[in-house]
Structure formats: structure tokens, C-alpha cells
Design a protein around this ligand. Structure first.
Ligand code: ATP
Length: 290
């Protein structure tokens, strides 16, 4: 029912659904979290997200797209929120002024999803209200420090910090959701757009729901020269992503989007202890059957 409400939002607001392949010739976003598969005489990789394909759709002029599909992560994580294969929701939109336009759309999407759950199966569910609180990472860190919570990482939130900041925001505003914005470039991928007046910070965000990250989003860098420069700076060899860089060669609209983990949303919505409980046939490091 959550997915139906989310889908209604997309279909009523001019989005087109796309399906993208999971088999790829190169690891989509680099890093070490990819699965290699034997592909006839060569190696292939399982997609870690449809990131590049949804941006390709933007460069092709589709303006608004969404996808619901499998995502693979070879993370040897033993947490209650990581699976090795999960269903991902993605959307990407053009004609944006900043990452705030993307957050606006995610709010409407979630409200539509929650409303449908409430109307059909969970009459007591609290439907979030538009205007989710948005605070920058630096504001979040200041608040946490003032409360005596000091995370190990200067530019990122630990699970403990995520829980604490969500609790504070809930107490202050009544909201179960909070956007943390403007992450430092050191922990964001090369394709996140940077602030012109502060190039150390990206026009990006995470969305926390009851203390757990459920989304990462950003405005993307659509200008090919800057994109290539940022890739080099981040140690990504431009020739290894030449097909991707070529999407932007003939011009591309300013755009942005998100990757969302519905398994985590359902887990938090129902107060479950682990994503294994909100996923039919979960796949994690230990579990490949049934
Ligand atoms: P985390 O920091 O929690 O490992 P991430 O930053 O790697 O997540 P993204 O790559 O931004 O996550 O993925 C977008 C969304 O997909 C996340 O916000 C989360 O909801 C979901 N997600 C990511 N990794 C997993 C996973 N291993 N299992 C289940 N859901 C996941």
C-alpha cells in the first residue's frame, strides 16, 4: 500500500517509470561494494543503483522519471538496516533550482504513500505533514555537541547521532522526518553539485525517519567539464566513466534526485527490529536461502 501511494504520486505528477538493467560492464559507482559475476567469457557487475541510467534519462529530455528495482550491495555489514540485495526506489527530476526542489518532491511522495497506508490498512498511522524540517550537517553537529553527543566523524553522522538528532527534532517540531543537508565533498560522490559560494559543501541531503537514514539525494552536476574535474579530484579515472560523461556532452538540464530504501521505511513505520522483518526473503551476508 505504501508503494501504491508513492506510485500514485509519480503517475499523477508527470513521472515516467523506467526499468534499467542490473548487469553492467563496470561497477556503477566504484567503491568496493559491488558483486562481480561471471558473464560468459568476461566479468560483469551487478548494479549498485540505477544512478547513471536515471541521469541518462534526464539528458535525453524525459524530465521526470522513477524506478522500482533491485539494488545490490556487497557490503559485509551485519547491521539491522543493511541487506545485500534490496528493492530501491529512485526518482530524478529536471528544471530544478536546487536540492530543495528534490526534497519538496520527496515530501509529497512520502505523504501520498503514508496516506494510502493509513486509508487502507493502518488507520492509526500518522501521516507526515508537508514542510519536513531541514537542517544543515553543520547545524546538526552543533546541536549534537551542545547535547554532549560527539560522533567520531566530523562530516558524517554515526547511527547514534542519527537517532539523537531525530529525537531532538521530534521534540522540537513533532516531525518524525528530518532532512540533513549540505554534506561535505569528502563523503559525497563526484557527481553531487557543489555550492558556488562554498565549494567544500555539496547540494545534497539525507532523509532520516525515526532515527534511520532512508534516503540520499542531491542536485547533480550537469556541466561536463566540471563533472570531469570533480571525478578526477575524487580519484575516478574519466576514461572509466566516459559513457556516463558523454550523456552531458550536448547539454543537460539542471536536475537532481534520490535513492530510497523502502525496506527501511516499512521497518520504522511498523517499529520492527530489523530490515529482515520488513523484507520478504531477505538477502544478507549469511542468508542466501530460501
Ligand atoms: P548507509 O549509509 O546506511 O550504508 P548508503 O549511504 O550506502 O546507506 P545510498 O547508497 O545513498 O545508501 O542508498 C540510498 C538508500 O538506499 C539509503 O538511504 C537506504 O535507504 C537504502 N539502502 C542503502 N544501502 C542499503 C542496504 N545495504 N540495505 C538496505 N537498504 C539500503
Amino acid at each position: 500500500q505504501l508503494e501504491k501511494g508513492v506510485r500514485d504520486h509519480f503517475l499523477n505528477n508527470g513521472y515516467m517509470q523506467f526499468y534499467s538493467p542490473s548487469l553492467m560492464s563496470a561497477a556503477s559507482e566504484g567503491g568496493s561494494e559491488f558483486f562481480k559475476v561471471i558473464y560468459f567469457e568476461r566479468e560483469a557487475f551487478l548494479a549498485q543503483s540505477p544512478q547513471f541510467y536515471k541521469q541518462m534519462a534526464m539528458a535525453s529530455g524525459f524530465e521526470r522519471v522513477f524506478a522500482v528495482g533491485p539494488v545490490f550491495r556487497a557490503e559485509p555489514s551485519f547491521t539491522t538496516r543493511h541487506l545485500t540485495e534490496f528493492t530501491g526506489w529512485d526518482f530524478e527530476i529536471s528544471y530544478i533550482d536546487s536540492h530543495h526542489d528534490v526534497m519538496d518532491q520527496e515530501e509529497l511522495m512520502l505523504i501520498s504513500g503514508f496516506q494510502n497506508v493509513k486509508d487502507t490498512i493502518m488507520p492509526d498511522l500518522e501521516v507526515p505533514k508537508q514542510g519536513f524540517p531541514r537542517i544543515t550537517m553543520s547545524e546538526a553537529k552543533t546541536k549534537l555537541k551542545a547535547a554532549g553527543i560527539n560522533g567520531e566523524k566530523e562530516h558524517d553522522l554515526s547511527p547514534e547521532e542519527e537517532r539523537a538528532i531525530s529525537k531532538m527534532i521530534k521534540e522540537e517540531t513533532g516531525h518524525d522526518f528530518v532532512f540533513i543537508t549540505d554534506y561535505h565533498i569528502s563523503i559525497r560522490p563526484f557527481y553531487h553539485m557543489r555550492h558556488t559560494d562554498n565549494p567544500e559543501l555539496t547540494k545534497s541531503f539525507d532523509l532520516l525517519y525515526k532515527g534511520i537514514e532512508i534516503t540520499t539525494g542531491a542536485q547533480r552536476e550537469h556541466r561536463p567539464e566540471i563533472l570531469e574535474k570533480q571525478a578526477i579530484e575524487k580519484g575516478v579515472e574519466p576514461d572509466s566513466i566516459r559513457d556516463y560523461l558523454n550523456f552531458f556532452k550536448y547539454g543537460c538540464l539542471p536536475h537532481g534526485g534520490v535513492g530510497i530504501g523502502p525496506g527501511r521505511i516499512v521497518m520504522q513505520m511498523l517499529g520492527l527490529e530489523s530490515i529482515n522483518e520488513s523484507t520478504y526473503l531477505p538477502r544478507n551476508v549469511k542468508r542466501l536461502t530460501p
